[in-house]
Design a protein around this ligand. Structure first.
Ligand code: G6P
Length: 592
């Protein structure tokens, strides 16, 4: 994963780099580092852990004279999160930062070791530095091109060459990289959010591009040849970065759900024809990672049950390597908040190569997936900063529900469309009512916070919601949690149910009500402490029960999942966890 940022201009480079790193911290926070260069010197400073630790280390250094530099925040892939493995890496005259994975690093490293090169770290990145240093000649572009022909894998590279104090170089394949164009200053970064406080002009690099960045110009090369690139002007609301008085971004973002639902749904509800029509397809493959995949599972159920279309939902890391069987009318739907998840991008590229139509549900408009998919339906989450997704997940579910509703209507499987549309209009208000019941969620958090194992059970849609509730709880509170289809629990896992083990039971499916109740009773008979999340008409009147409004199957997940998000949040807070930046995670998983 990792995030990289670089600056050439008149400003104090360290300020630009640190603010850039803070905005890239969502990509990993195992270690960070900066490299600064001027005519006489190079300074490289690194630190383990979050950017805050690097800042502390910089306090007693005067780095104001440096106007050129590059920086890195790391999510460890090759080698533990240690100082020696932190970027930037230096070999000979080369200083380098890298986001991605060099797949043939091991064999290249062995060759270089045989040639007498000494390595300090366990990283694949140092191998790239060694290769550039080995091939270094006056024509740096030629040198980098030669290295790009030698390495395999994914990379966004930021390169500084000792002795060249007015230029930085970057190269890209598969990992995102954007150039920021300023007045007497230029930038590069993994994401525009690292530099969009300085410029609104960006050039998105394509695979195999190299750029040579100096204060007054940027030269672009593709496969070694000089090329022109399109400059995009993108204005972004910079206010979204504040916590708005909330103690954590996660809580702020959950509280934004009513507003972003309104913003996302309104245009579609006002003009139903603007929702893509999927009647031409006879099969849908939904592909995504993490919570986005669980949003897809709700979609899969809706497409099959309501719109009577064969649907699958799979994790992108599996889908990209499978022999996927297509009809000649298959639609591949990719779901991604960031639009930069490596496996989802690879699945999209594969589907396109095989001639399939692709539709992406994406939040970040400038992202790779948004640019590559045939059709895009945007969600309007704004910036989501907490690593665990909340508002973006809710919007992904809302949009896929609308797609299923429209398909069901077009196929004449539902006739009372106005009733459904009216119900969709009430979603922001209903979600707000759910979010406002904070004390109920705090109470449940207190009930489960001292447990080390928790289970979630449900059937069909309820099971899909369980998956998200369980993921949310484990990722922020570190309580081990598993979600099971209610009927499956007894095939093994029920042996783990002991007295007092919390089992969340989601109960919103009228058709399967009796079956689900039997499963709830089964775990209670073995001593489980059940926590029921039901809808009003299925209310059980249990001590630990949260009831949401009775709405259709298209809408119910949008009321249930905020309950689960808030329980996960308060449990994590009670356990003293770093809610917004859970250990080992990154918001955008840009390596496979
Ligand atoms: C990471 C995040 C999850 C997210 C998943 C997919 O694991 O921590 O919250 O659901 O990536 O990300 P995407 O940006 O593709 O939705």
């Amino acid at each position: 994963m990792c995030g990289i940022v670089g600056y050439v201009g008149n400003k104090k480079a360290i300020d630009v780099l640190i603010s850039g790193l803070k905005n890239l911290e969502y990509r990993g926070y195992d270690s960070s580092g900066v490299a600064l260069i001027d005519t006489n010197s190079i300074e490289i400073i690194k630190s383990v852990g979050k950017i805050k630790n690097l800042e502390d280390k910089l306090k007693d250094k005067n780095l104001d004279k440096f106007n050129i530099g590059l920086a890195h925040t790391r999510w460890a892939t090759h080698g533990e999160a240690s100082l020696v493995n932190a970027h930037p890496h230096t070999i000979g005259n080369i200083v380098i930062v890298h986001n991605g994975i060099i797949e043939n690093a091991k064999e290249l490293k062995n060759e270089l070791i045989n040639e007498g090169i000494e390595f300090n770290s366990e990283t694949d990145t140092e191998v790239v530095a060694a290769l550039i240093n080995k091939y270094l000649e006056n024509d740096i572009i030629k040198t980098i091109s030669k290295v790009m022909n030698t390495i395999k894998g994914s990379y966004a590279l930021g390169i500084m060459v000792k002795g060249i104090n007015d230029k930085l170089y970057v190269a890209k394949k598969d990992s995102p990289l954007v150039i920021g164009i300023g007045e007497d200053e230029n930038f590069f970064a993994s994401d525009i959010c690292a530099i969009n406080m300085y410029t609104n002009k960006f050039v998105f690099l394509d695979d195999y591009d190299i750029a040579e960045i100096s204060k007054n110009s940027v030269n672009y090369y593709s496969n070694g040849n000089k090329v022109d690139k399109k400059v995009d002007t993108i204005d972004i609301d910079l206010n979204s970065k504040s916590k708005n008085g909330y103690p954590h971004y996660m809580l702020k973002e959950i509280n934004e759900e009513p507003t972003v639902l309104e913003k996302t749904l309104k245009p579609y509800l006002e003009d139903f024809s603007s929702i893509p029509d999927l009647t031409n397809y006879d099969e849908i493959h939904i592909v995504a990672c993490g919570s986005a995949m669980y949003a897809g599972m709700i979609g899969k159920n809706l497409f099959e049950e309501k719109a009577n279309i064969k649907s699958t939902c799979e994790v992108a890391s599996e889908y990209r390597y499978k022999n996927n069987i297509y009809t000649n009318k298959t639609l591949v739907i990719l779901i991604s908040q960031s639009g930069e998840t490596a496996d989802t991008i690879a699945a999209l590229k594969k589907a396109k190569e095989l001639g399939q139509d692709t539709l992406a549900i994406v939040n970040v408009k400038t992202s790779t997936i948004a640019r590559l998919a045939d059709k895009v339906v945007f969600i309007e989450a704004g910036e989501e900063i907490a690593v665990a997704t909340t508002k973006a997940y809710i919007l992904q579910v809302a949009v896929i529900s609308l797609l299923a509703l429209k398909l069901a209507y077009n196929k004449k499987l539902i006739d009372n469309i106005d009733t459904y549309l009216e119900e969709f209009k009430t979603i922001p208000k209903l979600v707000k009512n759910v979010i406002d019941r904070e004390n109920d969620y705090k109470k449940i958090a207190k009930e489960i916070k001292d447990n080390e194992n928790v289970f979630f059970i449900g059937r069909r849609y309820d099971y899909a919601m369980c998956l998200e509730g369980s993921l949310k709880l484990k990722e922020v509170s570190y309580i081990h949690s598993e979600a099971y289809p209610s009927g499956e629990l007894k095939h093994g896992t029920i042996s783990l149910i002991d007295k007092g083990i919390p089992v969340f039971c989601i109960l919103t499916d009228d058709e399967l009500y009796e079956k689900s109740i039997s499963n709830i009773v089964e775990v209670e008979s073995r001593g489980a402490k059940t926590i029921i999340i039901s809808k009003k008409s299925l209310k059980q009147n249990r001590k630990l029960e949260i009831c949401v409004d009775d709405v259709s199957q298209f809408v119910i997940p949008l009321l249930v999942v905020p309950v689960l998000q808030l329980i996960a949040y308060h449990t994590a807070v009670d356990r003293g966890c770093d809610v917004d930046k859970p250990k080992n995670l990154a918001k955008s998983v840009t390596v496979e």
